[in-house]
Design a binder for this molecule. Structure first.
Ligand SMILES: Cc1cc2nc3c(=O)[nH]c(=O)nc-3n(C[C@H](O)[C@H](O)[C@H](O)COP(=O)(O)OP(=O)(O)OC[C@H]3O[C@@H](n4cnc5c(N)ncnc54)[C@H](O)[C@@H]3O)c2cc1C
Length: 339
């Protein structure tokens, strides 16, 4: 079988990988964009989201699936693509503590989380790695994916073509947010959202964990530094109106100010980038065949969760296309047709 993929971000990469594993000849066409969402993403996998914390959708299935998939790809390409690390949630006010206690005792066994039990430890109030946890905090397991690295690894296993192949059995569209402007798919309720991210340097005690509190701060190089300068990434912002990849002064100022408040030390910015996330109104991936153009399928809507969702979504879609396996009903694009 021969399948064409349009778009070479995380979605296109994982789609290609899953198809190649099943013996399909894959052709990829990509309009290279150095500021695509996948190329600038921090690649965080965080099992708990929101100001009112709750486990991320299908965490019990998606977390182990993603870890396994990235490890399998890493072994195959001989490059580490996922690094497991701790995520620390900082409580600065009593309200932060109240929201956590309320959520962790009452919400984590609902349908949405399917009983996923996030194992977390409390942090006493005090100073941790130079950060003041005025009201304590919690820490739990998360991971960081090298998203640009995934694309480069998969690139070695696919045929890239400048124009779409003619003799293919299916075409899978992995265009990121630009699908919202493609007539074939514009009936899907996309909600593209711009995000900005900073590269920066800090001094002082090195960070060894991801820090989260409205924004996230990710240590680069896994905290191998001793006391002294350390590279970090800070993100990110959400803007639904300005769908350009132009970094703004406003986002930079706001990210620096929040990071300095959390870290309690100055942040020196060394890089600043912006991209548009392909978010879906349903906050679920978009998967499946076009309802009338049956040669065409889509993998999209990864939003802010591409690192976690892409491997599972591509696996689901590959099984659906090749074996007729059913798609998760929340993700099947057919539900949006004629709405
Ligand atoms: C600032 C920021 C931080 C983020 N941090 C995280 C994070 O920590 N964790 C996480 O999980 N996610 C994060 N994300 C989200 C993540 O980047 C996305 O979920 C994911 O990368 C989307 O992948 P994609 O392949 O669908 O889209 P894209 O990465 O946008 O890739 C689409 C590709 O298709 C190409 N293309 C489009 N149309 C065509 C066409 N017609 N022909 C040929 N090529 C085409 C584009 O040029 C692009 O190369 C972040 C995003 C941003 C912006």
């Amino acid at each position: 079988m021969r399948i064409q993929i349009i778009g070479f971000g995380l979605a296109g990469s994982w789609m290609a990988w899953e198809l190649i594993k099943r013996g399909v000849d894959v052709f990829i066409t990509d309009r290279y964009n150095p500021n695509s969402s996948s190329r600038i993403a921090a690649g965080l996998i965080n099992p708990i989201n929101g100001t009112r914390p709750r486990p991320t959708w299908l965490a019990d299935v998606l977390m182990p699936f993603a870890y396994c998939a990235y490890n399998e790809m890493s072994n195959h390409v001989n490059q580490r693509l996922l690094s497991q690390c701790k995520v620390r949630r900082v409580f600065i006010t009593e309200e932060d503590v109240r929201l956590w206690e309320h959520a962790s005792t009452r919400q984590w066994y609902g349908n949405d989380s399917a009983g996923f039990n996030v194992k977390w430890e409390s942090l006493e109030s005090g100073i941790w790695e130079g950060i003041s946890y005025d009201c304590g905090g919690v820490q739990y397991d998360g991971a960081v994916v090298n998203t640009a690295g995934v694309i480069e690894c998969v690139r070695k296993h696919v045929v890239e073509v400048d124009v779409p192949e003619v003799n293919v059995d299916f075409i899978i569209w992995c265009e990121g947010w630009e699908a919202s402007r493609n007539e074939l798919w514009s009936w899907l309720p996309f909600q593209p959202v711009k995000g900005e991210i900073l590269d920066a340097i800090i001094d002082g005690p090195p960070l060894t964990t991801i820090i989260t509190k409205s924004i996230w701060i990710v240590p680069v190089n896994d905290g191998e530094h001793t006391f002294g300068k350390q590279s970090i990434r800070i993100g990110s912002t959400y803007d639904w109106d300005d769908l350009t990849d132009v970094p703004t002064e406003q986002a930079r100022t706001s990210l620096v100010s929040m990071a300095e408040t959390i870290l309690g030390r100055p942040v020196v910015v060394t890089g600043h980038r912006a991209a548009v996330r392909p978010a879906a109104r349903s906050k679920r991936p978009y998967l499946g065949f076009h309802p009338t153009h049956r040669k065409h399928a889509i993998l999209n809507g990864l939003g802010a969760k591409g690192a976690l969702w892409a491997p599972w979504a591509a696996h689901q879609l590959a099984d659906h296309i090749l074996d007729g396996a059913a798609l998760n009903s929340e993700t099947n694009v057919v539900r949006w047709w004629n709405q």
